[in-house]
Write a protein that binds this ligand. Structure first.
Ligand code: BDR
Ligand code: CA
Length: 315
């Protein structure tokens, strides 16, 4: 299965990429970056670093620096992800370089080169995809599926009472993607709030690789501190890994079919609204088995990074 990972790394994005890179039977043909958790420059630098660090060969393409309507963010969520997007660990690649093509052009080219074969896993704002659709509307017929982390149906929003961060960050982009004929699966806060890790779990993942383990603990320590201060919990949601979990094993989710739209006006701006309809082309994840997600995550990362390790992970 050919995959494009569209991402704004981002601590939970870094955890998602670790899991994705360890999945069997996928061909990661490219990583496209988007601003969100940090500036586009920081997110791209982080993506390059992660590829190098995780031994991922896929090329990296820089995406949009501003929203679909060309609005530059006033600030980035440094209180969750650090000023650099990776918990103030300030990582840079030593040799991996950016591809010259833009993310939007790479999306267009890949979908045209492999009609019906590509699944896009989008774990940031949907700006790159919306821009690609604006340039080439026929792309909506060419993707296999878009699995995106974003939105919420029944759960409270995480940036306003109604809206989730990736959708709130660019509601116009979401509205364009939702009103296209693309086959979408939404992995939103309804399930990602339940997919939670702890620092001991993170420490247990790749003990055979001190360099990766030290990095994972450092970034997640920053992220865990935010959740401890704001929610008073020792565990923290690894939102973007839930989208990878859906790609890996959709059987651990309960979904509903229907149609999505995005509210653009007023205090509910960025809200995702879902109308259930068994003939609808959108699927939304409403329930997850979080224990199985952690078992799947640990098993995959261990099989890549510590092939001789066995046993049940600590939560
Ligand atoms: C989403 O917003 C970003 O901050 C995270 O990386 C995740 O994709 C969670 O609302
Ligand atoms: Ca993200």
């Amino acid at each position: 299965m050919k995959i494009i990972f569209d991402t704004d790394p981002g601590i939970d994005d870094a955890m998602a990429l670790l899991y994705l890179s360890a999945l069997p039977d996928i061909e990661l043909i490219g990583i496209t970056t988007i601003h969100g958790n940090a500036s586009i420059e920081d997110c791209t630098r982080n993506a390059l670093y992660l590829c190098e660090h995780y031994s991922i060969k896929a090329p990296v393409f820089q995406g949009e620096a501003t929203s679909f309507s060309s609005i530059a963010p006033e600030k980035y969520p440094d209180f969750v992800h650090g000023a650099d997007g990776l918990g103030n660990t300030n990582r840079s690649p030593s040799s991996k370089v950016l591809d010259e093509m833009s993310a939007v052009d790479f999306l267009i080219k890949s979908l045209k080169d492999y009609p019906g074969e590509i699944t896009i896993l989008a774990v940031g704002r949907l700006t790159n995809l919306a821009k690609a659709l604006e340039k080439e509307p026929e792309l909506q017929e060419l993707a296999n599926e878009i699995i995106f982390m974003g939105g919420t149906i029944e759960a409270k929003g995480n940036v306003s009472a109604w809206a989730e961060a990736n959708i709130f960050g660019d509601p116009e982009a979401a509205a364009i993607v939702f009103s296209s004929r693309l086959k979408l699966t939404m992995v939103g806060l309804d399930v990602t709030n339940s997919a939670r890790m702890t620092l001991p779990f993170v420490e247990s993942l790749v003990p055979g690789n001190d360099e990766i383990s030290t990095f994972l603990v450092a970034i997640n320590q920053y992220y865990a501190d935010f959740y401890r201060e704001t929610e008073g919990t020792d565990d923290f949601p690894i939102h973007d890994s839930s989208a990878v979990a859906y790609l890996h094993d959709p059987s651990i989710f309960e979904t509903k079919s229907g149609n999505l739209r995005c509210i653009l006006e007023g205090k509910e701006r960025g809200r995702t609204v879902f109308q259930e309809d068994r003939n609808g082309i959108h699927k939304v994840c409403m329930k997850i088995n979080p224990e199985q997600l952690l078992r799947n995550y640990a098993a995959q990362t261990k099989s890549k990074y510590n092939p001789h390790e066995a046993g049940t992970p600590r939560r």
